[in-house]
Ligand binder design. Structure first.
Ligand code: PHE
Length: 345
């Protein structure tokens, strides 16, 4: 009997060594623990065999089996600690060796948003005609957005612009890019030829053709003897380049904006059809360009002498033009973040 027990103890020791070698993760190790120390485990069973021994053998094997139990417990604990150490090390090295530049096949390539692409296209055309790019802030003061544009307090033209007023006195989100005209005039000396592209804001009900946020492109040319003819020539050239047409007719109608005198609305012949289509609403003309000659009061606010200089200004809807050019029929798509829509451009 005692011989049989000694052999069993040796076998268990052997098995322990082999099992622990195979414990590659905590889960396997837990199974090993149950195998040895659980209610029906090898050690527990061995202990229950003690009661069948003679007193002498009990004295001999009791301590041996206890020692074996402690050894098993200790080795399992050690293995667990080692496993945890290894795991943390692996985690850290994975983080440290993460290669952000690694090439991943089949990845989707992003590209610029259609509004950004179009803005660049418009800017490139004006740059090719000798214009420079100016900027203006989106948060403006009453002075730049209205007063300096010949729209004093209580002027009815303020009603044309549903304004987002800010909590700070006289501060607002610019309702058009025209305030950037004044910044450009104040910061440079004539001759000035420049454009400003950027976001503008109006407190409007959103629908397929109105958004509370949209883009405009403002342009000014100030020099000696600038006339409306210069405005028409620049507009025509720009539209021909943008729509890739050799000879694109424009027509002029009177328009009213307090910051220009005279003010005009420039329409272009529909570049998409000859006899009327859904885009020109069967009229063959499309309204695109409000503009005019800069009002002397505005030049004065810009610190430019209206006796010496004259200039033209225009301010068209960049958002509206991109929709026209690419036949986008709902302005809300532009800020929808819909990949299917954006992928087309
Ligand atoms: N700022 C005007 C608007 O947004 C457009 C405009 C600009 C008209 C420049 C004339 C000259 O409505």
């Amino acid at each position: 009997m005692s011989n049989h027990l000694s052999k069993k103890i040796e076998k268990i020791k052997d098995k322990l060594t082999r099992s622990l070698n195979e414990a590659t993760n905590i889960k396997i190790l837990e199974n090993i623990r149950i195998n040895f120390l659980g209610k029906k485990g090898l050690i527990t069973t061995l202990m229950s065999e003690l009661k069948n021994l003679s007193i002498e053998d009990k004295k001999k094997f009791g301590p041996l089996i206890n020692k074996l139990k402690s050894k098993v417990e200790e080795q399992i604990k050690k293995t667990k600690e080692n496993l945890i150490k290894k795991q943390t090390k692996a985690k850290i090295s994975k983080k440290e060796n993460f290669d952000v530049t690694a090439y991943k096949t089949n990845q989707l390539n992003g590209h610029l948003h259609i509004l950004s692409q179009f803005t660049q296209e418009v800017e490139d055309i004006f740059i090719s005609m000798g214009f420079e790019i100016f900027e203006g802030p989106q948060v403006e003061t009453d002075f730049y957005n209205f007063t300096a544009l010949n729209i004093p307090q209580d002027h009815p033209a303020r009603d044309m612009y549903d304004t987002f007023w800010l909590n700070k006195k006289n501060m607002l989100m610019r309702t058009h890019t025209s305030p950037a005209q004044i910044h450009a005039m104040q910061n440079t000396k004539p001759p000035i030829a420049g454009i400003v592209t950027g976001t503008t804001f109006r407190h409007e009900a959103v629908d397929a053709s109105h958004d509370i946020q949209f883009m405009q492109c403002e342009g000014i040319y100030i020099d000696k003897n600038v006339t409306l003819a210069n405005l028409f020539a620049v507009t025509k050239k720009f539209l021909e380049k943008l729509f890739n047409k050799k000879d694109l007719d424009i027509r002029i109608r009177p328009g009213y904006f307090p910051f220009v005198e005279p003010g005009v609305e420039i329409d272009m012949k529909c570049p998409f059809c000859k006899n009327g289509c859904s885009i020109c609403k069967k009229t063959t003309w499309i309204e695109v360009f409000p503009g005019g000659l800069i009002h002397p009061n505005v030049l004065k606010f810009g610190k430019i002498d209206p006796e010496k200089y004259s200039g033209f200004a225009f301010g068209f809807g960049l958002t509206r033009l991109v929709m026209l050019k690419h036949n986008i029929n709902d302005v809300r798509l532009l800020h929808s973040g819909k990949i299917k829509f954006l992928e087309q451009f």
